[in-house]
Design a binder for this molecule. Structure first.
Ligand code: GUN
Length: 294
């Protein structure tokens, strides 16, 4: 069996087009464009490249984008002062502080400070709290987890009543994606480094979300035939056949998994593209919230 590819490029493009159309309407209505402020502290190369693609995506959708770069030596007070200024700036609709922050900075304190109605990353403890509580509706849903669900939904994959396994329990992906799957009526098992017999847990899953940050960790033989695999991993591994000497792989052994799964997201070209697309959706939402537009 060869799995059907869930194409992040096509789905992300559709989401980005929708955000661009909405932006054009809002501009016509208000004379202003939804605007995202991104804060990058330090010089982590992966973060730099993510931040560049976020800014570019905003511009391509007709949105405003401002990137604030602080040196790795920035103090907690300096980062907090910048977030406070962005909270107070009416021209800024969404605020995103790129993670991880350099060592020594208190991430929790910074995230706590972001205005709830500008928290386009959905990482404020109030947003996360509402996400994991039954019957509550968070103002914003974190972008990568929202992208995972969007890929399932737009591929026509049923979530309600299905068994889902999330491999990884990070605040950025594992925890929120497990909450979203549960909110969509899946029965969810979250697995991690202390999980007993991980292959057996994965084997039970109709939907597998791999978000552990280990290259090709989830093996094809662990999968239930026909399952849907959402691979959140982006890992750079050495490859002498490439000019750059490296290539990107996910957290799933793709060549094996594609023979067993019913649906699978590729890396690159999968979930990674969705993160930026969902950020645009959240920025449009933030603008509407602040302008009292339904
Ligand atoms: N680092 C890795 N993914 C993300 C994300 O979605 N948002 C932020 N702010 N930082 C990240």
């Amino acid at each position: 069996m060869t799995a059907q590819l869930i194409d992040g490029k096509i789905i992300a493009e559709a989401v980005r087009r929708e955000a661009a159309e909405e932006t054009a309407k809002l501009k016509a209505q208000t004379g202003q464009a939804p605007t995202l402020a991104v804060v990058l502290v330090g010089d982590n190369p992966a973060s730099q490249s993510y931040v560049t693609s976020k800014g570019r995506a905003c511009e391509e959708a007709g949105m405003g984008s401002i990137t604030h770069r602080l040196p790795a030596t920035a103090t907690q007070a300096e980062v907090e002062e910048l977030v406070r200024a962005l909270n107070a700036d009416p021209a800024v609709n969404g605020i995103l502080v790129q993670l991880p922050l350099p060592k020594g900075l208190d991430e929790e304190a910074v995230l706590n400070l972001i205005s709830l109605n500008k928290d386009v990353d959905g990482f404020h403890p109030m947003n996360i709290g509402q996400l994991v509580m039954k019957g509550r509706t968070p103002q914003f849903i974190p972008c990568t987890p929202a992208g995972c669900i969007e890929m399932l939904v737009r591929s026509g994959i049923e979530i309600a009543g299905k068994d889902a396994v999330v491999v990884g329990r990070s605040n950025i992906v594992g925890v929120p994606v497990a909450a979203l799957l549960q909110n969509a009526d899946a029965t969810v098992t979250t697995c991690h480094s202390k999980t007993k017999d991980l292959p057996a847990k994965v084997r039970n899953a109709d939907i597998v979300v791999a978000a552990i940050g280990r290259p090709e960790y989830v093996r094809g033989e662990w999968l239930k035939p026909g399952c849907a695999v959402i691979d959140v991993g982006i890992n750079r591994i050495p490859d002498a056949t490439k000019k750059s000497g490296a290539r990107l792989v996910g957290d799933v052994a793709f060549a094996e998994a594609v023979e067993v799964a019913g649906y699978i997201t590729p890396v690159p070209g999968g979930v990674g593209l969705m993160t930026v697309a969902m950020l645009l959706t959240n920025t449009v939402r933030a603008f509407k919230l602040q302008h009292g537009i339904a």
